[in-house]
Each structure stands twice: as structure tokens, then as C-alpha cells.
Design a protein around this ligand. Structure first.
Ligand code: AR6
Length: 174
């Protein structure tokens, strides 16, 4: 699987799956979540409501992922995941990496060949950006059946430059 870093708005990505940095309610929010629901339209929220009425009655737990239609977005599916809120008291990095790995698993099950991720938890959930990139790269350094490209979409230039630096010095775990 190839990893790419790009800058821009994830809602414009022409990939099979875009990942949403959602909250456990699955019913929308600000940041990338708001942008995805705005551009995807009501079909995305309808699917989210159906998930809440079914298997996810208590919400989607942190670190897990679930798919819906992408509505009017150029992507085919949205995979919603819930990142952890950053904490200095507790190491929540495994949960953050789990957002990436479980999203990949869901995407592979759908038959996706390409997937785009936002920098999960790095906005409202306050995760320091460089470490958010490091956790993303660590989790994405894997093979996932059928998935050829995973793109990390950085919303602005300063974040892209941070990501590039982390990428250049990144050494995967053995
Ligand atoms: N495309 C790509 N990246 C974006 C976009 C976009 N359109 N919009 C924002 N970002 P955040 P979180 C970047 O806050 O920290 C929501 O209210 C943003 O600059 O969207 O996981 C949910 O409902 C940042 O780098 O997600 C939850 O309640 C990154 O995406 C909560 O926020 C993630 O920022 C989740 O917080």
C-alpha cells in the first residue's frame, strides 16, 4: 500500500473511501465531520441514523469504524471513525492508531482500492499535529487486502509541512 500526503479538502477527494473524524453520536459535528455531512447531503445522515437505530444504539466507540454511503460526495463510501480526545494523563495513541487500522479493515471489506484520511483527532480533539501524523504513519504502514493507496489529507499548508517533516524522518517499527 502506497502512502501519499496531500493538502486540501477531503470532501473533494476522488477515492473509494473517505474517512470521517466523527464523534460517537455519529450525528454530525464541526470540522471535517461538518464538511462531509454538508457536501454528502442527507443520505449520509440517514445512514448514520439507521446505524444508531440498529447495532450502534449506544454510539460508535472510540477507535472503531463503520461505513455509510457517501451521498453526493465524489467518494463511494464514508467510513466514520471516532478519534480519542488528546490527554496528557493517559496514553491514548493505541486508540488513535486503531482508528486508522479499523478504517482500513472496513474499507478492505467493502472492496475499496483507495482511501483518504483526515488527520484524525488533530482539530477539536487537540492531538498535537506532529504526533498525530506519526501515529497515522505508524498505523498505515501495513498491507491491507486490495487497498493500493492511502492518502493523508492535510487541511492547510502549515500542517502539510509538519506532515512532510514527520514523513521524511519516519522509520517504521520492525
Ligand atoms: N478536509 C480535510 N481536513 C479537514 C477538513 C476538511 N474539509 N476540515 C477540517 N480538517 P476535526 P477531531 C482537519 O476537528 O479533532 C467534530 O466536531 C482539521 O484541520 O475535524 O478528530 C466531530 O464531530 C484537523 O487537522 O476532528 C467531533 O466531535 C483535522 O481535520 C470532533 O470534531 C481533524 O479536525 C472530532 O475532532
Amino acid at each position: 500500500m502506497r502512502i501519499e500526503l496531500v493538502t486540501g479538502d477531503i470532501t473533494a477527494e476522488q477515492v473509494d473511501v473517505i474517512v470521517n473524524a466523527a464523534n460517537s453520536s455519529l450525528l454530525g459535528g464541526g470540522g471535517v465531520d461538518g464538511a462531509i455531512h454538508r457536501r454528502g447531503g442527507p443520505a449520509v445522515l440517514d445512514d448514520c441514523r439507521a446505524l444508531r437505530a440498529g447495532h450502534y444504539g449506544r454510539g460508535l466507540p472510540t477507535g472503531q469504524a463503520v461505513a455509510t454511503t457517501a451521498g453526493r460526495l465524489p467518494a463511494r463510501w464514508v467510513v466514520h471513525t471516532v478519534g480519542p480526545v488528546f490527554s496528557t494523563d493517559e496514553d491514548r495513541a493505541p486508540l488513535l492508531r486503531s482508528c486508522y487500522t479499523t478504517s482500513l479493515t472496513v474499507a478492505a471489506t467493502l472492496g475499496a482500492r483507495s482511501i483518504a484520511f483526515p488527520l484524525i483527532s488533530a482539530g477539536v480533539y487537540r492531538w498535537p499535529k506532529a504526533d498525530a501524523v506519526l501515529q497515522a504513519l505508524t498505523a498505515l504502514h501495513t498491507e491491507s487486502p486490495g487497498i493500493q493507496v492511502a492518502r493523508l489529507v492535510l487541511f492547510d499548508e502549515p500542517t502539510y509541512r509538519i506532515a512532510e517533516q514527520v514523513y521524511e524522518s519516519f522509520t517504521p517499527r520492525p
